[in-house]
Design a binder for this molecule. Sequence first.
Ligand code: C2E
Ligand code: CA
Ligand code: CA
Ligand code: CA
Length: 278
Amino acid sequence: AKELGRSLYQFYSTDMEKQSSYLMLLETGLRKAIERNELELYYQPQFDLVSNKVTSYEALLRWKHPTLGYISPGEFIPLAEDTGLILSIGEWVINTVCQRIKKWNESGYEPISIGINLSAKQFQQIGLVDMIKENIESNQIFPGCLEFELTEGAMQDAKKTLRTLNQLKDVGVRISVDDFGTGYSSLSYIKRFPIDTLKIDQSFVRDVLTDEKDAAITTTIIYLAQSLGLSVIAEGVEDEKQVEFFKLMGCHKAQGYYFSKPLPEKEIIEHYFKKKTK
Ligand code: C2E
Ligand code: CA
Ligand code: CA
Ligand code: CA
């Protein structure tokens, strides 16, 4: 019986337990990540394909765990959502971006726009709009230089979503729909919600040159955006032929490894920032 017990234990202590103890390790670490200064923002430039200039940058979280090394946001953001930690992490992101923009302004760089990802839980958080407003006011930044990226999944409750989006528009920030086309919402929401930009999900972009369905979907999204007077950007653009495709189809903005990976602040400043000419 003792043998059996041990082998059963061994059986259960395989993948599932390893998985959950790994998650617990991550959760404990994530709780302390902010105070221990382990979070960092990288910035990925977004290009205007006509002028060939950077129009803005998306802020993307990086977490350097003291023993596990870099952990991808694809891994820790869902955990942060489940545990509610996303609220303090998300606030840290907004604080940090606003402080940086203030600093960059003071250093004499040309005005810079930043895209900030908002998770569903964060978007539904009471006090979000006031928190954003306070950050804008205390850092004296132009609200239009912030663009909040929301997925369709965050916009499920139409009534509440409309109210919050209108409040955000009153503050003066911009709104984009992230991973557009991958959600299940009805399209009618784009008509009703005060949205500025559609971000074409990279899953449609990847094979756009070889897969007719992806080509049809991306072309339709571009046409939809144009017809509604919205801005549109292709995500995950990795080669020149894709750039040509989007340009030809009238999608004038793109973001992806073809142009640049997300980079730490120092490199973004070196490579892209320009001083204002007096
Ligand atoms: P996302 O918002 O859709 O961000 C785009 C992701 O695609 C980023 O992954 C970016 O590094 C990656 N990417 C950019 N260009 C290319 C390309 O050409 N090819 C490929 N294969 N990938 C490309 P990352 O940085 O790992 O972030 C993953 C996700 O984590 C983000 O997806 C977003 O949902 C979430 N995330 C990141 N930072 C934050 C944050 O501050 N707050 C919240 N709530 N979520 C965040
Ligand atoms: Ca995004
Ligand atoms: Ca995206
Ligand atoms: Ca995504």
